[in-house]
Design a binder for this molecule. Structure first.
Ligand code: BYC
Length: 315
């Protein structure tokens, strides 16, 4: 079959809502786009453990500690499903992890900000998992079977994360004036990064035309961002907190909250490696890889004895 004809058939399958599976024919660009997105997503789950892991030993109660520990473990699990999903596209997880360790791979901009107080743990669950769920519920309807199925399970776990985060923020906001101020301060620092994390505006999103034509993404960055804002503003108000945007207003005609300007210069600075914690995040992962080498060596020795392939740290 001619390439053009294969392409037309492929597009027909996508347009009729069929899932594409690993052994099906797919255009090289489709494979490339998915490999890019899934590997970035996997790295984000793993690097996302760092800002939260920072607070496990300092959680204010046993209940909070247990919930945070479970959340961070869930994120590791998400990374593993996603590294497995990316392997179905013909790359190895060692290759994509090495790209990350060498600073060549992207991961979500949001994880380059520090967690300065306990309220930041609430802000991550509420805002970061909140934005991620809205984006990923959309990705669960995407065309590639292994990725869309991974999203279903991940979203269920993220819903728990989101509620534990909002509960932390809400509780602090109803506490002493100092506690309320801590919650407000976390919202002030995380609001812009959170509304930026679902990607640049549609008119400056080079991958969208292709990722949407092939239904890797089924809704655009702007649509997802607006949904996140519409859902989150009333939650802030219910907790008695103020969104840090003096131009924020509700448009009665469209039924949407409209924000003031979003700081896209800051977003691109962070994406290009110059956020407050970019270097530290990569260094921490390099250290973890180095310090975990003995586990790899032990697993490799065991695998050799059993006649199996060599394992990686994330298996
Ligand atoms: N950060 O053309 P665009 C979690 C890049 S983790 C960094 O719009 P696309 C959690 C983009 O890669 C959840 N880079 O791209 C874990 C592209 O550069 P390249 C993380 C970003 O792909 C632990 C360029 O900008 N979620 O929930 O059509 C604890 C132009 O963008 C970002 C995912 O990873 C960013 N924020 O759309 C707690 C979801 N945004 O690759 C919570 C999967 C954009 O061409 N990914 N860039 O060099 C996606 O849904 C899509 O890739 C995006 C961007 C919507 C993010």
């Amino acid at each position: 079959m001619e390439e053009q004809e294969k392409l037309a058939r492929f597009q027909e399958r996508i347009d009729s809502g069929q899932k594409i599976e690993p052994k099906d024919w797919m255009p090289e660009r489709y494979r490339k786009q998915l490999t890019r997105m899934i590997s970035q997503h996997a790295h984000s789950e793993i690097v996302g453990m760092l800002p939260e892991g920072n607070w496990i030993t300092r959680a204010p109660s046993l209940r909070r500690k247990v919930a945070l520990l479970a959340k961070v473990q869930d994120e590791a699990g998400h990374g593993l499903y996603l590294y497995s999903a990316v392997e179905t596209l013909g790359v190895t997880r060692e290759d994509v992890i090495n790209e990350y360790l060498e600073g060549r791979a992207k991961y979500s901009s949001i994880f380059n900000y520090p967690t300065l107080t306990w309220a930041d743990i609430g802000a991550i669950g509420w805002l970061v998992d909140g934005a991620a769920i809205i984006n990923q519920t959309m990705l669960a309807r995407g065309s590639y079977g292994p990725y869309s199925r991974a999203m279903v399970r991940i979203c269920k776990e993220e819903s728990f994360h989101n509620r534990q985060g909002y509960e932390i923020i809400y509780t602090l906001a109803q506490g002493t004036p100092e506690q309320k101020q801590m919650a407000q301060d976390a919202l002030n620092r995380w609001w812009q990064p959170a509304i930026q994390m679902v990607g640049p505006p549609d008119d400056n999103s080079p991958n969208s035309a292709e990722t949407m034509r092939w239904q890797i993404k089924v809704e655009s960055n702007d649509v997802i961002r607006q949904r996140f804002i519409d859902r989150t503003v009333p939650q802030a108000h219910a907790a008695g907190l103020t969104i840090p945007d003096d131009q924020l207003k509700f448009n009665e005609e469209t039924g949407h909250w409209e924000t003031g300007p979003i700081d896209w210069d800051e977003f691109w600075r962070v994406v290009k490696g110059n956020g407050p914690c970019n270097r530290q995040r990569i260094q921490d992962r390099i250290n973890a890889e180095r310090e975990g080498q003995w586990v790899l060596d032990a697993a490799a020795a065991y695998a050799k004895k059993q006649g199996k392939k060599q394992l990686t740290l994330t298996e």
